[in-house]
Design a protein around this ligand. Structure first.
Ligand code: ZN
Length: 160
């Protein structure tokens, strides 16, 4: 069976950056399962998986425009250290949930200069090219319920 809309595809992947550093991998875990055609995964990867079958392996380079987008400078802010009351030691790379008028947002500390702390609400992979090494392990038809919900149920997906 080929990967088309309304199929659930499972695959193992290793994601590396331009320098070849591993960012993420399914190695040692269950393969990732997604419902094809509804944007469960980054567009550049979803596009390349279309028409593939179980057993296929492929290398995909996804540019930021088809990955996590370009960083938005509006999401980078400098806040006073006292905004982090209750946190013993601030370090670059620490992530927090920030309450914003648009709802909770995940931000990471990207700079500390004395009393000034720079936080960045962009996705950590925004602006980065994504190098995926993919091995497709399974393709099956999605259930009606999965199509209605827009995500995969069961192994590698939602349990609810
Ligand atoms: Zn569901």
């Amino acid at each position: 069976m080929q990967i088309v809309d309304r199929t659930v595809a499972s695959f193992h992947y290793t994601l590396t950056d331009d320098a070849g550093q591993v960012i993420d991998s399914s190695s040692g875990n269950e393969p990732l399962s997604y419902l094809h055609g509804v944007g469960n995964i980054v567009p550049g990867l979803e596009k390349e998986l279309a028409g593939r079958m179980a057993g296929d392996t492929l290398q995909v380079v996804v540019q930021p425009e088809e990955g996590y987008g370009m960083p938005n400078p509006m999401l980078v802010q400098v806040v006073p250290r006292m905004a982090f009351q209750g946190v013993d030691q601030l370090e670059i790379g620490m992530a927090f949930q920030a309450q914003t008028p648009q709802g909770p947002m995940s931000v990471a500390i990207t700079g500390i200069d004395g009393d000034q702390v720079t936080v960045d609400g962009n996705h950590p992979l925004a602006g980065k090219a994504l190098h995926f090494a993919v091995e497709i392990t399974d393709v099956r038809e999605a259930t009606v319920e999965e199509c209605v919900h827009g995500h995969v149920h069961g192994a590698g997906g939602h349990h609810h």
